[in-house]
Design a protein around this ligand. Structure first.
Ligand code: HEM
Length: 251
C-alpha cells in the first residue's frame, strides 16, 4: 500500500520527533547512568538495580524505549534507501554530514542489537547479568568488542548531535543561514561531549587494562591528591589554607 504525500510527511515528522524524544533523551540518560561505573562496581550495579526495579518497568521500557527505537529504525531504513548521496545543492561538509547521519544510523542497528543481547537480554543468551559491571568488564577485555563499542558510542553520539541540527531545521526552528551554520558547530560540540562521556564510561570498566579520567569528579581530588602521598608514606597534601586533600573541598 503506497502512502499519500500527507501520510509520508507525517511519518517523517514522527521519525524526526522520536529521534529526540524519547530516544535522544534516553540516550543522554543512559550515558549519564553509565558514568556511575566511574565510582566502581557497587555504585554502578546499584544504579542498574534501581532502574530495573522501577514500577511499570516493562511498560516504560516497551512503550518508552523499545517501540520508539523500532519505529525510528524501520522508518530510518526506508529513508536510508531513498537517500540521494552527493547532492549537488549541498556543499562538501553538508554532504558528508548527510551521509554520516545515515551511515551512523545503520551502524547503530547492529550495535543496539548486540548491546541489548549482551546486557538487558543477556540472561537469554547464557550470560550472568546479576553483576553487570563484572559482565561488561569481562566483555571489554576482548579488543574486537572494545573496538565495536568505541564505534557504537561514537556513532550514537554523532547521530544524536548532528540529528539535533537536522531536527531544528526540519521543525523550522532555524531559518537564517548564519543561525544554521552556528547551530551545526554547536551540534558537533554536543556530539564530541557525548562521545567523551560515553567513552570515559567505557574506560571505567578497565578495558584492556586502561583507566578512566576522573575530571570534574568529587573522587578525582581524592585519587590524584591522596593516593601518591599515601603510597609514598608522606603526610597528606595541604592547600594554601592549610586544609588536607579530604577536607579542602570547597562547596
Ligand atoms: C541511539 C539511537 C538513535 C537516536 C538517538 C537517533 C536520533 C535521531 C535524530 C535526533 C535524528 C534527527 C531527526 C531529523 O533530522 O529531523 C535522526 C535522524 C535519522 N535517523 Fe536516527 N536515531 C537513532 C537510531 C537510528 C537508527 C537505528 C537508524 C536506522 C537506520 C536511524 C536512522 C536515521 C535516519 C536515516 C535519519 C535522517 C532523517 C532525515 O534526515 O530526515 N536512526 N535520528
Amino acid at each position: 500500500m503506497a502512502l499519500t504525500e500527507r501520510q509520508y510527511f507525517a511519518l517523517r515528522r514522527l521519525h524526526s520527533l522520536s529521534g529526540v524524544f524519547p530516544i535522544g533523551v534516553f540516550l543522554a540518560e543512559h550515558f549519564f547512568t553509565n558514568s556511575f561505573a566511574l565510582h566502581g562496581a557497587e555504585s554502578y550495579n546499584a544504579k542498574v538495580e534501581f532502574l530495573t526495579s522501577l514500577p511499570y518497568l516493562y511498560l516504560i521500557e516497551g512503550l518508552g524505549i523499545f517501540l520508539p527505537i523500532l519505529f525510528h529504525l524501520v522508518v530510518g531504513v526506508i529513508i536510508f534507501r531513498e537517500a540521494r548521496f552527493n547532492n549537488r545543492s549541498l556543499n562538501y561538509r553538508q554532504n558528508a554530514m548527510f551521509a554520516l547521519q545515515r551511515i551512523s544510523g545503520v551502524v547503530l542497528i547492529f550495535f543496539i542489537a548486540y548491546h541489548l543481547a549482551a546486557t538487558r537480554f543477556g540472561a537469554y543468551f547464557g550470560y550472568d547479568t546479576s553483576d553487570l559491571f563484572a559482565l561488561m568488564s569481562d566483555k571489554l577485555q576482548n579488543p574486537f568488542v572494545v573496538a565495536f563499542y568505541v564505534i557504537g558510542v561514537c556513532s550514537a553520539s554523532y547521530h544524536l548531535g548532528n540529528g539535533l541540527w537536522g531536527f531544528a531545521i526540519h521543525w523550522g526552528l532555524l531559518t537564517g543561514r548564519r543561525a544554521q551554520q552556528r547551530w551545526s558547530w554547536a551540534a558537533l560540540a554536543l556530539a564530541v561531549a557525548l562521545a567523551v562521556t560515553g567513552l570515559n564510561s567505557l574506560l571505567a570498566f578497565r578495558p584492556l587494562g586502561l583507566e578512566p579520567i576522573l575530571l570534574f569528579d568529587k573522587s578525582a581530588s581524592h585519587v590524584h591528591a591522596v593516593a601518591p602521598a599515601a603510597e609514598a608514606g608522606l603526610p597528606e597534601m595541604q592547600d594554601a589554607h592549610g586544609h588536607g586533600a579530604e577536607g579542602g573541598e570547597h562547596r
